[in-house]
Design a protein around this ligand. Sequence first.
Ligand code: NAP
Ligand code: MG
Length: 487
Amino acid sequence: MTGVDSHTAGTTGWEYSPAPERTRVAIKDEYGLFINGSFCAPKSRRRFDTINPATEETLSRVAEAGPADVNAAVEAAKAAGPGWARLKPSERAKFLFRIARRIQERSRELAVLETMDGGKPIKESRDIDLPLVAQHFFYHAGWADKLAYAFPGRTPRPVGVCGQIIPWNFPLLMAAWKLAPALACGNTCVLKPAETTSLTALHLAEIFQEIELPPGVVNIITGAGETGAAIVEHPDVKKVAFTGSTEVGKHLARSVAGTGKKLTLELGGKSPNIIFADAAIDQAIEGIVASIWFNQGHVCCAGSRLFVQESIADEVIDKLAHRMRSLRIGDPLDKNTDVGAINSSTQLKTIERYIDAGGDEGAVLHEVNEQPLPDKGYWCRPCFFTGVQPSHVIAREEIFGPVLSVMTFRTPEEALARANNTPYGLAAGVWTNTGSKIFEIARKLDAGVVWCNTYNKFDASSPFGGFKESGFGREGGRHGLRAYVKF
Ligand code: NAP
Ligand code: MG
């Protein structure tokens, strides 16, 4: 077959060439815990499988840290603390620069691994996650010897051992968000990745070995919720940083209450996108697609509620359906894939329950993408609902999947009132060509981040965090350093 023939062959019309990212990554059969600079077998003797959610294939077996392992990791971090804190800040910066550079050098491997273990499209892990991961270490390397400028007139000191617990939607990026500022400020860390996506954090640990980060400065221990709880409860952990569900966040807040531990929480969201009639509609549609169907909707700040001004509602809904039809779902390692696999069967069931609930409550489901889904793996077609009432569960609760609730409004006041009518307050988007409206609305939205005529733009220098039940504390920027110092 000629090249042209092979491209036009197949039942779906156009077939794309395999992505270059299909390179095999060396994945070990099993991984130990990274404690005091080396990988060790878990004292608990327990391990669990980590799978590829796009194929259901077992990728590796990961150690489950029990209480004795957690204790060893915290002890190592505690022992390494004074030496790391005493190091000349410019020397600490050099370690962070080395980590950042090594991440760049190994970024292809890490992106493929992130996609295999978590299910997100390679074009996201390659073009969004990995560049941001490196950027966070570069950015914080710059702060390490300039902390006095971040807190003028004060003498910032490290807090001590930081216990850091992260979710599965941006595994390596969340690790970078947590580790980079902690290390820049002279703290040592015990990090626990999520159970379903531990592999990239373990490869990051290899990088720590390669660049000869002093043993114990970062310890990476894998496991489930109990491992996380043991880190949080350990008396020598002085600062807890958690990203995850509001439910677990509330539990952690109760468990550290009265202990004197510092706590930051980055929790869930039900973020609104508001489109006014004077917006550039095609641009807004792209923004909405990116805000809810990016990473299968596994984004804490996903724009999962869309408020459209009534006069343009039909046009927006038609265009949204048209755009949704053309999204490519399937093999996350294919560079042309827009929507990858749902992270786990548990999460898929949760999303399906919400889709059923939407229909049961009388909303209208639009699921127009008709591409065949792979036989194996966990898949959910991107979809949206119209006819959604504010009281519907799909308008109130975080779904954490590619499901959008579309509602309408008439006046800016109504849009604002409805957008703020949520227990969450992580992010929001405003789409309009009128500058004054942007400032007026953005000022009144209860959200940690407000994007105007764009969405999901991240930068290490820009603080990120929530209001209300979306948590407290900021990550990134000068504000993010505050959680990792005491005076
Ligand atoms: P999750 O169940 O809260 O898990 C988050 C992390 O906490 C995981 O590492 C988890 O371990 C661990 N964990 C579970 N129970 C624990 C306990 N009792 N004590 C200590 N640690 C515990 O959340 P998820 O389902 O993995 O993630 C999705 C949620 O995270 C969504 O609600 C989303 O909005 C939120 N999120 C927020 C942000 C943000 O920046 N605000 C970013 C990403 C995600 P296992 O994985 O082993 O269960
Ligand atoms: Mg996995």
